[in-house]
Design a protein. Structure first.
Length: 105
């Protein structure tokens, strides 16, 4: 799903990943993190795609709400599992969205 009702300015956290071959528990953890993120103050939405490279973009009201999410205890525990078990490599980028536009046919 593409989120099309956000009003700039807001922040995007872009999480790009390459996975290992050991994905035991990954799907359940990813689903739990999405449920948990939706409960966080300042959460605006998420978009995700996976092929060879996985890209998940979450949207937030402010840098402070991103930091609160980063410091969530359960999120921290799952992030460590990602580093030790599921990800060969990841890159995280935080961007301020100042303008957006779209198209729908």
């Amino acid at each position: 799903m593409i989120i099309d009702d956000l009003k700039p300015p807001y922040y995007a956290v872009i999480f790009s990943t390459l996975m290992t071959d050991d994905l035991e528990g990954y799907t359940e953890a990813a689903e739990r993190m999405e449920v948990l993120a939706k409960q966080q103050p300042g959460y605006l939405g998420i978009e995700s795609a996976r092929n060879t490279i996985g890209i998940t973009v979450s949207y937030w009201e402010s840098l402070e709400t991103i930091t609160q999410w980063k410091n969530n205890v359960e999120h921290t525990e799952v992030r460590e599992l990602g580093r030790t078990k599921w990800y060969k490599k990841y890159q995280l980028r935080i961007c301020k969205v100042e303008r957006e536009y779209g198209f729908e046919n």
